[in-house]
Design a binder for this molecule. Structure first.
Ligand code: I22
Ligand code: ZN
Length: 196
């Protein structure tokens, strides 16, 4: 296949997975936005985590909360657990890479907070441990996964929200995760600002 055909295939495939995800996930995304707003109105914050491209997604979400998305509004409480290299390297060095997020959740998490846990496979041990720590702290969890959700999906409790992209391709799942994050930011702004 020539390069232009390959690129065409990526675009078509991405659009296709997005439309399939719309049918499955529109309602749970709206529920997740309502859960974030309830958390913020109770003086809670959203802690976000993930590895690789999903670390970027965790930071992308936190920056759009802390700064802004498309509407003018005060900053909202969120924090990516992927950014402090001193904290992350010391936990990984002294204990284990598996604990880089869970130790931060145990230190910062309060029952009114939420964890946004992102993994395309649902297999990442450090994200799984973060969910376990969030449950210990009585926090709710919004999980962004794909590939059927893996062990992460099985770990979720009633009241948690599982947004599982119907694809086995890491790239396609990440593309839908970013779209979900933008839908969440837009819905949160609409709910907070009373926009219909
Ligand atoms: O962005 C990509 C691939 O598109 C990679 O950096 C990818 O995020 C990394 O391999 C992650 O470690 C994968 O972790 P996960 O999504 O399975 O939890
Ligand atoms: Zn990627």
């Amino acid at each position: 296949m020539d390069l232009v055909s390959r690129i065409g295939h990526h675009f078509t495939d991405s659009a296709h997975v997005k439309l399939q995800a719309l049918d499955l996930l529109a309602e749970p995304i709206a529920l997740a936005a309502e859960q974030v707003v309830q958390c913020l109105l109770s003086d809670g914050k959203v802690l976000s985590c993930g590895n690789g491209g999903s670390a970027g997604d965790a930071q992308h979400f936190a920056s759009e909360m802390l700064n802004r998305f498309e509407m003018e509004r005060p900053g909202l409480a969120a924090m990516a657990l992927t950014t402090d290299s001193s904290t992350i390297t010391s936990i990984a060095n002294d204990y284990s890479f598996e604990l880089i997020f869970s130790k931060q959740v145990r230190a910062l998490g309060q029952p009114q907070d939420l964890l946004l846990a992102i993994s395309t496979s649902g297999n990442s041990r450090n994200v799984i441990q973060a969910i376990e720590a969030a449950h210990e702290r009585e926090m709710g969890v919004i999980a962004l996964t794909g590939k059927g959700g893996g062990p992460m999906g099985e770990l979720l409790r009633p009241g948690d929200i599982h947004l599982c992209v119907p694809s086995d391709s890491t790239a396609r799942i990440q593309e839908v995760h970013l779209l979900i994050i933008h839908c969440l930011c837009d819905a949160i702004d609409c709910l907070l600002l009373g926009v219909e």
